[in-house]
Design a protein around this ligand. Structure first.
Ligand code: NAP
Length: 291
């Protein structure tokens, strides 16, 4: 468990936490503690390692101990959706919860990933998804949240490109009639391309999943990978004249949405972003230099 040690903790101090396994590398404690500090809220944010299969116990304990709420990460997002008392419409459609909010004894499951993606797209001056032709590479939890958010925001079509066809179908179905499974070459005609696999992530061996040679001016690329802050894909897309951003914005904005759900207070997004950037920079420095 990590607690913020730079301010006094009293009997009144509220507690929120992230549950997951592994969780020790989660950025959530740094980001949420920065937010509590910036807003002068007497609360701390901890990280709890909770083994697979024990999400329901952790959520029950959250109720018993009166935590403000939880962030939920791998491998608990699906299990949390069945362990809470009620899911938001988005969490129910995704069958995945990344945020639990305690309202008295009622535990409510939310999923802020998709809205965090849209907030970040808007804040970074990205295109309005309404009417946009979108390609999403990947069909995991992050991709599915983005597919649903883009469809709800009025995208003209959402094409899902994924290694495993069956998962691509499930993701594309979230966009209803505007969703379909497609091939990587279709990025040539896309307004918005979202990279939602671990490709390009520090320490990850996956090869490039986006055929970057097909990118050009007028297109926007969002790589959901946030470590490194600017991936090879971001650099290559920009070199071909496309707008491109990494995943840090989505990370910060999904956390900001969670913070507001727990506190009712507008999230201090810049303080949260600075905390995340500092953590990633520290990790980058502590990694052995690449040969
Ligand atoms: P996930 O549920 O494990 O899904 C991973 C997806 O990537 C799957 O579609 C998988 O394909 C595909 N994939 C994995 N390795 C691949 C490879 N070598 N070649 C081609 N495709 C590959 O993971 P997730 O939670 O969706 O996360 C995906 C990425 O998004 C991660 O890098 C994560 O850090 C990032 N992310 C960012 C944010 C943010 O806020 N910025 C939030 C969540 C996640 P198969 O279906 O074929 O296995």
């Amino acid at each position: 468990m990590t607690l913020s040690a730079d301010r006094a903790i009293s009997g009144r101090t509220a507690l929120a936490a992230v549950i997951g396994d592994p969780v020790t590398h989660s950025l959530s404690p740094a980001v949420q503690n920065a937010a509590f500090r910036a807003c002068g809220i007497d609360a701390v944010f901890a990280a709890f390692t909770v083994a697979a299969g024990r999400a329901a116990e952790a959520i029950a304990a959250t109720r018993t101990l009166g935590l403000v709420g939880l962030s939920v990460t791998m491998p608990h997002k699906e299990a949390a959706a069945t362990a809470v008392d009620r899911c938001s419409d988005t969490a129910a459609r995704l069958r995945a919860v990344n945020t639990v909010v305690r309202r008295g004894d009622l535990m409510i499951g939310e999923n802020t990933d998709g809205q965090g993606f849209l907030d970040s797209l808007q804040r970074s001056g990205g295109p309005d998804p309404a009417g946009a032709r979108c390609v999403v590479a990947g069909a995991g939890g992050a991709a599915r949240a983005v597919v649903l958010a883009l469809a709800d925001a009025g995208a003209a079509e959402v094409v899902v490109v994924n290694r495993t066809a069956a998962r691509a179908q499930v993701a594309a179905a979230l966009a209803g009639a505007r969703g379909r499974v497609g091939a990587g070459q279709e990025i040539a005609d896309a307004d918005l391309v979202v990279q939602a696999t671990p490709s390009g992530m520090a320490g990850h061996g996956a090869g490039a999943v986006i055929p970057v040679a097909l990118l050009g001016p007028g297109q926007t690329v969002v790589d959901l990978v946030y470590d490194p802050i600017e991936t090879a894909l971001v650099h290559e897309a920009r070199a071909r004249g496309a707008r491109a951003t990494g995943g840090l914005g989505m990370l910060v904005h999904q956390a900001a949405r969670a913070f507001t759900l727990w506190t009712g207070v507008e999230a201090p997004v810049e303080a949260m972003r600075a905390a995340a950037e500092a953590q990633i920079a520290a990790r980058t420095q502590s990694r052995p230099a690449e040969a």
